[in-house]
Design a protein around this ligand. Structure first.
Ligand SMILES: C[S@@+](CC[C@H](N)C(=O)[O-])C[C@H]1O[C@@H](n2cnc3c(N)ncnc32)[C@H](O)[C@@H]1O
Length: 234
């Protein structure tokens, strides 16, 4: 079985022998892949919805993995025994929902792998404010959409961020092409917002100034960091 780039990017961050929890598993693709590939020997998959959890159950049964993947119908991490779990994956949800799920079991000492679909900035702010260090963000690109996967760990130190960090995150130097596409997609979103505000002749000067600074900085970054001037390639 194969995973597409978004879930595959997460799977690659889970080392052999781990015991992961996949919150909001839906069809259970990620834990099924991890166990089927022999990367982990067991996993726990949870979902708040009966329908998604049934889909996961059927998928896991079809692959004869029911004895190695435990299923839990629950809201977030509620009621889950985390004492022997090493990784918590929360993917494909909004940044606010992910933050709420984390807050209810705060502090979490497991490695967190988080892939927000929206409100990415909110999640970055939540993590830093609550003493989680975002060790890296790995860009993923799937079906013409760019995503970020955050790897965070709790160390209790509250960190500051700036506007550029809240917007673009802590993306590593590897996966240059995906990173370029991630930056491009954020940049075009910011430019669209800027045009909208300019068209509406808004009085929101501060927001327009903020956007102008971010856009200029992102363009500079794209040029300097991501474009290989020698080869002319990404
Ligand atoms: C879009 S799917 C993502 C599935 C998979 N994690 C992925 O990234 O492809 C979101 C899933 O999260 C579940 N979900 C939403 N809120 C949840 C919560 N508070 N606790 C557990 N699951 C939740 C939904 O029922 C749904 O199955």
């Amino acid at each position: 079985m194969e995973l597409k780039d978004r879930l595959l990017t997460i799977a690659k961050e889970i080392p052999p022998g781990s015991y992961p929890v996949d919150v909001g598993t839906d069809h259970g693709y990620l834990p099924a892949y991890l166990v089927k590939q022999g990367i982990v020997s067991r996993a726990l998959a949870s979902d708040i919805g009966e329908g998604p959890l049934l889909a996961a159950k059927q998928h896991i049964e079809a692959l004869s993995l029911s004895d190695r993947i435990e299923l839990c119908l629950c809201d977030g991490l509620t009621g889950i025994d985390l004492s022997d779990k090493t990784h918590i994956v929360i993917a494909g949800m909004g940044g606010e929902t992910i933050s709420e799920i984390l807050l209810r079991r705060h502090p979490l000492t497991q490695t967190l792998l988080l892939q927000p679909m929206t409100k990415v900035e909110t999640l970055r702010r939540f993590l830093l404010k609550h003493g989680y260090r975002i060790e890296k963000e790995i860009p993923a690109y799937e079906e013409k959409k760019a995503y970020t996967v955050m790897l965070a760990r709790y160390d209790g130190i509250v960190r500051e961020g700036d506007d550029f960090f809240w917007t673009f995150g802590a993306l590593p130097q590897s996966k240059k092409k995906e990173k370029y596409l991630y930056f491009q997609s954020l940049l075009s979103r910011l430019e669209k917002k800027q045009k909208g505000l300019q068209k509406a002749q808004t009085q929101e000067r501060t927001e327009l100034d903020r956007l102008a600074i971010l856009i200029a900085k992102a363009k500079e970054y794209l040029q300097e960091e991501l474009y290989d001037h020698h080869s002319g390639n990404l």
